[in-house]
Every structure is written in structure tokens, then in C-alpha cells.
Design a protein. Sequence first.
Length: 132
Amino acid sequence: MCRKVAVAKLTGKYEIEMWGDGEQTRSFCYIDDCLEGIFRLMRSDYVQPLNLGSDRMVSINQLAEIVAIIAGIKITVKHIPGPQGVRGRNSDNKRVREVLRWEPQLTLEEGLKRTYTWIEKQVAQKLGADQK
């Protein structure tokens, strides 16, 4: 999503394509939180499977809107046929809080801001290289 929005911003074509109706839901966890959770799990004596993700669920439409706000643009989403995966998926963090006395700390918006900033630079470099 960050790449699509970055391309829209940098080309001035503020429309992105999205497979399906965008109402499928997911939760996202910033890599630093994921690594911290894995580190804590490795240091524990817990041997069962454990969810380390975020328990905040957003639709893919909401995700696109959040990334566009971070990019400082208004986008139009063109919904097209394509794979959507399961309708909804989310992490249940009850057990990770009990076992590790921890849960992911970074908000979705802050994680996306960090991710988007890096991706926009990569897209700008690629677009610049493609124009040469």
C-alpha cells in the first residue's frame, strides 16, 4: 500500500487500484515490535505457539486512507477484481500479554509513517532512474 500511494504522490496520478471491495480486514505489526516479541519469547521458557501481532484490526480501505494521510495526499481507490484472501484476520494478544507481560508498542500510524518514509525514497529513486 505504501508503494502504491508513493507512486500516486510522486507521479501526480492520485488513483490506486485495490483488489476487491477493500473491506477485508487485517492487523499489522511493525517489524521492531515483532523482533522485540520474538526476542522476549526466545528468552522465556514458553514452548507453545504464541501470537505476536497487533490486535488492532483495520480494513484495507482504512489502511489506504491512513497511508494517504501520511503521504499528505487525497487518493481515489479503484476497486478491481482480484484475490482478497480471507475476509478478516486479527491477532488475539491475550496470551502474549499473560506469558511475556508485553504487547506491541508502536501504533499502526507510527509504523506506517516510518515505513512510508523509507518506501517513498525508494520509489523516488526508481522513478528517477526510469526517467533517465
